[in-house]
Design a protein. Structure first.
Length: 289
């Protein structure tokens, strides 16, 4: 990394990110450097990093450059790469507006999960077209201590296991990934959501995120939960021909998810820039690479 590296801090329903503007993809962003930045005691702190790169300057995004000028190179807090981050896309869009790269209204953002269409509303909410869910076959069981639950596989570009439970406290501290069976079900790891009902089409969730631990919100996770809840409730939009809208409470706020009969999913929620500054050159020299 260069010695004058700018950063911002932002969050979407308290899923928080270190934002690194790097239009020409010049930063040496190793997994260790990402983990050091996300460290909540010795670094800036965050659930992940949003590396902001021009699509044309990133080998994974060049093919999307004609459609989306900016690529969200998302990294989990442990430095691992993930396919998608739903809250991240909203915060990324808010950053682009904050930096004057885009105005209120519609824009497209390239991600590893394809181009996402975003709407920056006047009221501060950001809506993202999250694409369609895939529902891979297979029975999975998630366990915490003595309790276990069946979980539904939902893929939102990244893998999720959604378990409906009686009490969110039963998920325990979620510091470590909850074990699941069969152990080979997710060779690349999984995000695990625990869900309770709050009312009609209204649920609350906690999540253990692959590569970040328990977070206060997960956008792809909230979409996976809404998709699983609609199937459970007999409200699958493809079957009923009617959109299904779920309010999903997360520890850090509320997200609203709508799935249309064609399977397209939209997520709406807030996205906030909290601070900006530059990384201390001395810290950078000693931070792991
Ligand atoms: N917080 C994100 C999901 C980030 C990626 C996830 N940890 C994974 O590894 O798949 C969201 O808002 O979707």
């Amino acid at each position: 990394m260069s010695t004058r590296t700018a950063f911002l801090k932002g969050h979407g329903t308290e899923n928080d990110f270190v934002i690194l503007p790097d239009p020409e993809n010049a930063l040496d962003l190793s997994p260790a450097a990402v983990a050091a930045l996300c460290d909540r005691r010795a670094g800036i702190g965050g659930d992940g990093v949003l590396h902001v790169v021009r699509s044309a300057a990133h080998p994974e995004a060049r093919s999307m450059a004609a459609e989306a000028e900016w690529f969200m190179d998302y990294r989990n807090g442990d430095g691992s790469v993930a396919e998608m981050c739903g809250n991240g896309v909203r915060v990324f869009a808010r950053y682009l507006q904050h930096a004057g790269h885009v105005a209120e209204g519609d824009l497209a953002i390239a991600t590893r999960g394809g181009v996402k269409h975003v709407h920056l509303a006047k009221d501060g909410d950001v809506t993202v077209g999250m694409g369609r869910a895939r529902l891979p076959e297979g029975e999975v069981t998630v366990r915490v201590g003595e309790r276990s639950w069946p979980a539904r596989n939902v893929n939102m570009g990244n893998p999720h296991a959604v378990a409906f439970v009686e009490d969110l406290a039963h998920a325990s501290d979620l510091y470590t990934p909850p074990p699941f069976a069969p152990a080979a079900a997710y060779p690349d790891g999984v995000n695990v959501e625990f869900v309770v009902d709050r009312g009609p089409r209204h649920v609350a969730m906690r999540v253990h995120e692959r590569g970040s631990g328990e977070t206060r919100s997960c956008g792809t996770g909230a979409c996976a939960v809404a998709v699983a809840a609609a199937r459970r409730d007999g409200a699958d939009p493809a079957a009923t021909g009617t959109p299904a809208t779920y309010t999903v409470d997360v520890l850090g706020g509320t997200l609203v998810i709508t799935e249309r009969p064609d399977g397209e999913i939209e997520m709406t929620g807030p996205a906030v820039i909290v601070a900006e500054g530059t990384l201390d050159p001395e810290w950078l020299e000693t931070a792991p690479r």
